[in-house]
Design a protein around this ligand. Structure first.
Ligand code: HEM
Ligand SMILES: *[C@@H]1O[C@H](CO)[C@@H](O)[C@H](O)[C@H]1NC(C)=O
Ligand SMILES: *[C@@H]1O[C@H](CO)[C@@H](O)[C@H](O)[C@H]1NC(C)=O
Ligand SMILES: *[C@@H]1O[C@H](CO)[C@@H](O)[C@H](O)[C@H]1NC(C)=O
Ligand SMILES: *[C@@H]1O[C@H](CO)[C@@H](O)[C@H](O)[C@H]1NC(C)=O
Ligand SMILES: *[C@@H]1O[C@H](CO)[C@@H](O)[C@H](O)[C@H]1NC(C)=O
Ligand SMILES: *[C@@H]1O[C@H](CO)[C@@H](O)[C@H](O)[C@H]1NC(C)=O
Length: 483
């Protein structure tokens, strides 16, 4: 008995000694939270935006918090973001990405060459290859939309706007990027979407390692099903339909990835390419429907430009501003790096802080610049023309502390690790919104409906999602129809 107590005491003592950490004078303010080891992990997971704002009020634009045994230095001054984004020597992107890859997708790439992969992706999502993708996407969107709602339909059809946008764009994106239409053993994209949605709803918990036992089983089952569904994507004869995926497969093979590993990697690509577009289109349409003035402005611009927005680069500043404003309000990724060698971080105001090796650094652009009242007046409010000058040109001048900002909104990340699919994503959303608004009557079921609240557990994971859906109804327009 005595021995047990003694050993227990030793263990606790050892624990305290090992995890003890105090702030050095040169380091950012340290906030460990009251719970040993776990620190602030619970509050962080529940609503990261609220938590980080509370810490910001307490400590300022830079501070270190403990969460699940790790120390994370959070930087919230956009003027200082470049010092983190630029320093690829001391601050490593790959390691933390690898941790997430293993946790979420059960994936470990043997001889991973991220920069080669990035270059390959860039090639496929730009230039002539992008045009080809633009038009394939357009075709799939038309077919799917017509299947949902035949042109001769007279009655309203009711739908949740989130489910409608997400499912339609997921299916069109899946067919465009992962092939399938002519493939006679192809898989119904609705089936993939349904499985993916289950996976998506567990994603944040998988990433944080907070699944309950039964959720763990569900997650494993769904992941297995998706791996099966994706097993042949990009491998069949007719996958000339998705040259991008073919190149990706080839790269994986060169890296020595076996079949099993490849399909896991393909699921990761489904997530990277399909997880954000649908939710973004939902928020944009929702904001337009609940802001009639904005809806009219976007519709008017579409009537004037009067093209299918497909072949030639088009100029749609009003739409672009409305989308930028939507993403300002609803894109909330973390930009995370691991400190691989001790670094002195110089803030824009001249102050210097020491970063410890082994810690992580995290930027949260949602908090600032995107929702920062010093930068964006009334940041909670959707203003479709926030990114337009009085003369209708694109507004790029935003200020904090009297100085013009390089980063005034950051939905696509930044630097070498920014989104490679940005232009394709914008084009897709524009086509979808154009098709809906010009060929259908679309309205809120309840004309006084408000936008739903954000699901607070998703801060940090890209596009936010709503807590509940927004009921809308739509039917074909009576006028002559031609996509
Ligand atoms: C509204 C839609 C989208 C948003 C808001 C978005 C946002 C982002 C962000 C913030 C990152 C950086 C992640 C990080 O720093 O770790 C990223 C990465 C990426 N995005 Fe997007 N994205 C969107 C749509 C797309 C689409 C349609 C594609 C493909 C066609 C795509 C392909 C990728 C890829 C491949 C990466 C990984 C880049 C890398 O490995 O460094 N994204 N995206
Ligand atoms: C970071 O890199 C960008 C582009 O290479 C450059 O314009 C900028 O001045 C750099 N900023 C800092 C703080 O090093
Ligand atoms: C398009 O992709 C192909 C590979 O399928 C590549 O060889 C070509 O260089 C790309 N085109 C452009 C303009 O980037
Ligand atoms: C979601 O949307 C799709 C396509 O519009 C529809 O077929 C399906 O019934 C919807 N599901 C739910 C749960 O509303
Ligand atoms: C298509 O179906 C035929 C006959 O069922 C089969 O022989 C062929 O292998 C299939 N092709 C592909 C690409 O699955
Ligand atoms: C909020 O998001 C989490 C994680 O994706 C999900 O498990 C949960 O069901 C969502 N809550 C609602 C009300 O949709
Ligand atoms: C495809 O869409 C992007 C984004 O809207 C646009 O920048 C690009 O010009 C389009 N490509 C072509 C050639 O239509």
């Amino acid at each position: 008995m005595i021995w047990t107590i003694f050993l227990l005491f030793q263990a606790v003592l050892l624990y305290v000694v090992l995890t003890h950490r105090s702030r050095l004078k040169s380091e950012p303010p340290l906030d460990k939270g009251v719970i040993p080891w776990l620190g602030h992990a619970l509050e962080f997971g529940k609503d990261a935006a609220k938590f980080l704002n509370r810490m910001k009020l307490k400590h300022g634009d830079i501070f270190t918090v403990r969460a699940a045994g790790r120390y994370v230095t959070v930087l919230l001054d956009p003027h200082s973001y470049d010092t983190v984004i630029n320093d690829t020597d001391s601050l490593d992107f790959g390691r933390y990405a690898q941790v997430l890859m293993e946790r979420i997708f059960n994936l470990r790439l043997p001889h991973h060459q991220p920069s080669k992969e990035k270059a390959m992706m860039k090639k496929h999502f730009s230039g002539m290859n992008l045009s080809a993708l633009n038009s394939t996407m357009n075709r799939h969107l038309q077919v799917l939309l017509k299947a949902e709602m035949p042109q001769n339909q007279k009655d309203w059809k009711e739908e949740g706007l989130f489910n409608f946008s997400y499912s339609l764009l997921f299916k069109a994106g899946y067919l465009t990027l992962f092939g399938g239409e002519k493939n006679n053993n192809s898989i119904d994209p609705s089936y993939v979407y349904n499985e993916y949605k289950k996976f998506d709803s567990l994603l944040t918990k998988i990433a944080r390692g907070t699944l309950k036992p039964e959720e763990k089983r569900t997650a494993q089952n769904v992941r297995h099903k998706l791996w099966e569904l994706l097993a042949t994507a990009g491998l069949t004869e007719d996958s000339g339909l998705s040259p991008w995926l073919r190149s990706y497969r080839k790269l994986l093979q060169e890296e020595g990835a076996d079949e099993e590993t490849q399909r896991r990697a393909v699921l990761m690509q489904v997530w990277a390419t399909q997880g954000n577009v649908g939710p973004a289109a939902f928020w944009l349409l929702g904001y337009l429907l609940t802001n009639p003035e904005a809806l009219t402005a976007v519709k008017t611009e579409m009537e004037i430009s009067d093209t299918s927005l497909l072949d030639t680069p088009v100029d749609t500043p009003v739409f672009d501003s409305a989308l930028e404003e939507t993403l300002r309000l609803t894109a909330a990724p973390f930009i995370t790096r691991e400190v691989v060698q001790e670094k002195t971080l110089q803030m824009a105001n001249g102050q210097e802080y020491l970063l410890r090796k082994g810690d992580r650094v995290c930027l949260f652009p949602y908090s600032s610049p995107q929702m920062d009242p010093e930068i964006h007046h009334e940041p909670q409010i959707f203003k479709y023309d926030r990114f337009l000058n009085a003369d209708g040109s694109v507004k790029k001048d935003f200020y904090k502390a009297g100085r013009r900002l390089k980063y005034y909104t950051m939905p696509w990340g930044a630097g070498a690790n920014g989104c490679v699919g940005k232009r394709f994503a914008i084009n897709t959303i524009r086509q979808f919104v154009y098709m809906l608004l010009t060929n259908y009557d679309l309205e809120l079921c309840d004309p006084n409906a408000q936008m739903p609240e954000v699901n607070a557990s998703r801060y940090g994971f890209g596009m936010l999602q709503p807590e509940r859906d927004l009921p809308v109804r739509y039917k074909p327009r009576n006028a002559h129809q031609d996509f």
